[in-house]
Ligand binder design. Structure first.
Ligand code: RNT
Ligand code: ZN
Length: 428
């Protein structure tokens, strides 16, 4: 069946009605749309190829507890295909986007370049492309999919030579991120390591001591990296495949590390206990930390990286940021990968859900809710929160898409299908 899509006059009419409904509560929908469009969301490159990377094209070696399941056809096989897919995705997304790369997406022209020898020129194609598209780039160290990560430890490894190798990788990435920052504006460099083990370790302490020492060496000012261009963040995790009992870089570890070193703390929505959500952590952390990086993701049982949907969890995260007026203290990036569905579609669904949640949070009647709260009118507070869930939000979203000149509602689906038939199908 073909997708019914609203025509511009319908979008306009529905919006005008919705605008009035929100205005009745003192909410300015035009301002919310503009603010929601201006907030940058960093698109992870790794949904295009199931976290494969470009170093060992054709081999599925994500490893280190990172596993994309499914074999939907059309996976990108090289840098040009990845950029083509991301370009198509961005054409279907409203608002300011950035692109977030992993070090494993280096393009070395076929030369074997190990992770500790990576240099800015290996990302020249990416920087050129980003300039053409007028977007910023973010970056990630890749401490997985490598023989020296095979036994589950990297920066916290018991062997000092292996630790040194990964420290050199971290420093190399900081130089690359600084370069991207100089070319394109400040670059967020996120660090996630898989280190941990499946069962009760006899010693939880030594690896954590090693990890602190390794990071301190990586982040030492002696490397001369301009930290206004390379903004380092550290990401915690609770468990992974093969690290179910112990993860060296846990939430507490990184919260303390980032706070004591004045760095950005990254919270991935999928890195907590299966029923634990992160919205309450935002005000707790931002009472002490300067900035947070959020990885918008969707945990489902053992998997931390399902495609993001417009869920309570995601809405609550952005509601907290909006209610605390903390937009300038939060960096938003996506982190999900699903190899079982059209990958362009996965991006569009997950990124649109994220921006929808941003818009939704900006349409919150916060001042009225706070007034009820001050007056002890908590039934009114709960009632208004409930009733706002069924306000004509979709009409405002469709207007946001229209103003951004991208398809409203589900009108992106036929475009995804055309790209699949014309481009992805050729990949066999
Ligand atoms: C892994 C972390 C990390 C990765 C990416 C590929 O659990 O969430 O952010 O998903 O770096
Ligand atoms: Zn993440």
């Amino acid at each position: 069946m073909s997708i019914p899509s609203p025509v511009p006059s319908q979008v306009e009419q529905s919006y005008n009605l919705a605008k009035q409904r929100y205005a009745d509560f003192g909410v300015d929908t035009d301002a919310a749309i503009q603010a929601a469009l201006d907030i940058p969301v960093s698109l992870h490159c790794w949904q295009t190829d199931d976290v494969g990377g470009l170093e060992n094209a054709g081999k599925d070696i994500a490893g280190a507890g990172i596993m994309a399941t499914g074999n939907y056809p059309g996976k990108a096989r090289n840098g040009d295909e990845i950029r083509s897919d991301l370009g198509k995705v961005m054409d279907l997304l409203p608002g300011v986007q950035r692109v977030n790369l992993h070090a494993s997406y280096a393009e070395t022209g076929g030369d074997p370049v190990d992770r500790d020898e990576q240099r800015p020129e290996h990302f020249a194609n990416w920087v050129e492309w980003a300039k053409d598209r007028r977007i910023g780039l973010d970056f990630n160290t890749t401490f997985f999919a490598h023989p020296k990560a095979d036994d589950g430890y990297t920066l916290a490894h018991p062997n000092s030579e292996i630790r040194s190798f990964w420290i050199r990788h971290g420093i190399a990435c900081r130089h690359i991120a600084e370069h991207m920052g100089r070319e394109l504006g400040p670059c967020v460099l996120n660090h996630w390591i898989p280190d941990g083990c499946k069962d009760y370790p006899a010693d939880r302490w030594t690896a954590r001591r090693h990890l602190v020492a390794s990071y301190d060496e990586m982040f030492d000012a002696k490397h001369g990296i301009d930290t206004s261009l390379c903004i380092d963040a550290v990401e915690s995790k609770l468990f992974g495949l093969g690290s179910e009992e112990y993860v060296t870089g846990s939430a507490e570890f990184y919260s303390n590390y980032a706070l004591s070193r004045d760095m950005v703390l990254c919270l991935d929505m999928g890195h907590f206990h299966p029923t634990e959500t992160i919205h309450d952590k935002i005000s707790a952390h931002l009472t002490f930390h300067k900035k947070l990086l959020i990885h918008t993701s969707r945990p489902v049982r053992w998997d931390s990286d399902h495609v993001v949907t417009f869920s309570d969890d995601v809405r609550n995260v952005f509601m907290e940021i909006a209610r605390g007026q903390a937009w300038d203290r939060v960096i938003i990036a996506l982190d999900f990968f699903d190899a079982s569905i059209n990958r362009v579609g996965a991006y569009v669904v997950g990124t649109r859900a994220t921006r929808k949640a941003i818009l939704y949070s900006l349409l919150d009647p916060t001042s009225l809710l706070k007034t009820y709260e001050e007056e002890g009118k908590n039934a009114q507070r709960l009632g208004l929160m409930e009733d706002f869930k069924t306000m004509p939000f979709g009409a405002v979203w469709d207007m946001l898409c229209t103003r951004a000149e991208v398809p409203p509602a589900s009108a992106w689906i036929p475009e995804m299908e055309a790209y699949e038939a014309g481009v992805l199908a050729e990949r066999g």
